[in-house]
Design a protein. Structure first.
Length: 401
C-alpha cells in the first residue's frame, strides 16, 4: 500500500480544502458550516456517516473488506481531527485569512483536512484492510470538551465495538520545523484547571483607604503569591504553571470597590495533582484575605485531564513515522508540552497516542514565528499530505490483511 504517492497526489486538493475551512472558522460545539463542508468532502466515499445531536460532529466508519479474521479478532482504529476555531481576530496576512472575528489560530483546519485526506487514502485501499476505521471529526476542543460530548454520544461504539487503538496529531507553527514529527510515551500534555477567585471587601473613598477594606490590594497580592505558592509547594520535576489571564475591579480611579476578581489557568503534569492544588491555593489565598480583613471565594474547576500516551503505542507510532518518512523526520520528545487537549478523554478509554507535526512556514526564523493561539499564527499547508499519510499509515499498519 503506497500511501505516500497517493498522499502527495492529494496535496493540491487538500490545500484547497484547508483554505476554505480557514476562511470560514466557527467556534464552539456548533459548527454547521464546517460540518457541511466535511460532509461534502467525504461524499462518495464508502463510509457509514452519522452526525451528533448535541454537537455538529461527524463520525464516519470505514469497513475494511480485506481477508476477515474471526469476529472477536477484528481490529478497530480511531483517528481524530478537531474542527473548531478560536474567538481571535486574525492578523496573519494570509490571502485566505478569516474576516468574521474568529480564526483557526491553533491549526484545527489542518487537523480536519488531514483527517479528510486519511479517509480518502484508506477508502482507496479498503480491500487491503481487515478491520475498521472510525474517523472522529470533533467540534469544541477549545474549552468546550467536545471529545467528552462525542464519547457520551457513542463515538467509541460507532463501529459496533470499541476501538483497539486511537491516534491524533496536532500541528505546531513555531517550535518544530515543517514536516518533523514529535512524540513521546507517558504524559505528553498537561492537565488543565481554571482557578476563579473573588475578593469581597468594603468599598470607600480612594482618599481614605483606611476606612475601607480594599479588595484590589488583596487581589494584587494574591496574584503574586500564587507564583510563590507554585515554587514553594510543588516539586520542580512535577511542575505546576499558574497564569492569571483575567483581572476585574473598580469603576473609576478614586473609588475603592467592594469586590475584585481574577481568573487563572492552571496546568499540572501530574494527573493526580488536583487535591494538592486545592489545598495549596486555598491556604495561600485565604491567608492573604485574613491579613487584609477581607473575604475570598476560591473555586478550582478541573478542565482536561493530562494527555497520556500509551508506551507500547508510542513505540509503534515512532516506528511507522520513521518507516514512512525516514529516520530524521521523527523526534522522540524528552519533555511534555504545557498545553492541554481533550483527546485525553479518548486516551483514558483507548490506548493510543497524540503526535505533533511541525507546520512552520518557510522564511520565518523558528524562534520568532508566532505560536498557536496568536492572531499572527501561520501554518504551512505543504504538510497536509504528510498529515494524511501519517494518520492513514497508523491505521493501515494495524489493519493490513
Amino acid at each position: 500500500m503506497d500511501l505516500l504517492d497517493d498522499a502527495w497526489a492529494l496535496q493540491p486538493d487538500l490545500a484547497r480544502v484547508r483554505e476554505a475551512l480557514h476562511r470560514d472558522p466557527e467556534v464552539g460545539l456548533h459548527l454547521p458550516r464546517t460540518q457541511e463542508r466535511v460532509l461534502d468532502e467525504l461524499r462518495g466515499l464508502p463510509l457509514e456517516i452519522s452526525t451528533g445531536t448535541e454537537t455538529t460532529s461527524v463520525t464516519a466508519v470505514l469497513r475494511g473488506t480485506g481477508s476477515e479474521p474471526a469476529p472477536e479478532g477484528r481490529t478497530t482504529v480511531l483517528l481524530r481531527g478537531d474542527m473548531d476555531a478560536l474567538p481571535v481576530e486574525e492578523r496573519s496576512g494570509e490571502e485566505f485569512a478569516a474576516t468574521n472575528g474568529a480564526m483557526h489560530a491553533c491549526g484545527h483546519d489542518l487537523h480536519t483536512t488531514g483527517l479528510i485526506g486519511a479517509a480518502r487514502l484508506l477508502s482507496a485501499h479498503r480491500d487491503r484492510l481487515a478491520g475498521d476505521v472510525v474517523f472522529m471529526f470533533q467540534p469544541g476542543e477549545e474549552g468546550y470538551d467536545g471529545a467528552r460530548v462525542m464519547i457520551e454520544e457513542g463515538v467509541l461504539e460507532a463501529a459496533g465495538r470499541r476501538p483497539d487503538h486511537a491516534y491524533a496529531l496536532h500541528v505546531v507553527p513555531h517550535r518544530l520545523p515543517a514536516g518533523l514529527i514529535s512524540g513521546r510515551a507517558g504524559v505528553t500534555l498537561f492537565a488543565s484547571y481554571t482557578l476563579e477567585v473573588t475578593v469581597r471587601g468594603t468599598g470607600g473613598h480612594g482618599a481614605t483607604p483606611y476606612e475601607a477594606r480594599d479588595p484590589i490590594v488583596a487581589a494584587a497580592e494574591m496574584v503574586g503569591a500564587l507564583q510563590t505558592a507554585v515554587t514553594r509547594s510543588f516539586n520542580v520535576f512535577s511542575p505546576v504553571i499558574v497564569t492569571v489571564g483575567v483581572l476585574r475591579a473598580g469603576t473609576t480611579a478614586n473609588i475603592i470597590p467592594d469586590t475584585a476578581s481574577f481568573e487563572a489557568t492552571v496546568r499540572a503534569v501530574d494527573p493526580g495533582a488536583e487535591p494538592e492544588l486545592r489545598e495549596v491555593f486555598g491556604r495561600y489565598l485565604r491567608g492573604i484575605a485574613a491579613a487584609h480583613g477581607v473575604e475570598v471565594d476560591v473555586t478550582l474547576t478541573a478542565g482536561y485531564p493530562a494527555t497520556v500516551n500509551d508506551a507500547a503505542e508510542a513505540e509503534y507510532v515512532g516506528g511507522v513515522a520513521r518507516e514512512l518518512f525516514g529516520e530524521e523526520r521523527y523526534h522522540a520528545a524528552e519533555h511534555p508540552s504545557q498545553g492541554s487537549e481533550d483527546f485525553s478523554r479518548v486516551l483514558q478509554e483507548v490506548p493510543g497516542v497524540l503526535l505533533f507535526l511541525g507546520a512552520h512556514v518557510p522564511g520565518v526564523e523558528p524562534g520568532k514565528a508566532p505560536a498557536n493561539h496568536s492572531p499572527l499564527a501561520r501554518f504551512d499547508s505543504s504538510v497536509l499530505g504528510q498529515a494524511s499519510a501519517l494518520l492513514a499509515g497508523l491505521a493501515a499498519e494495524r489493519l493490513c490483511a
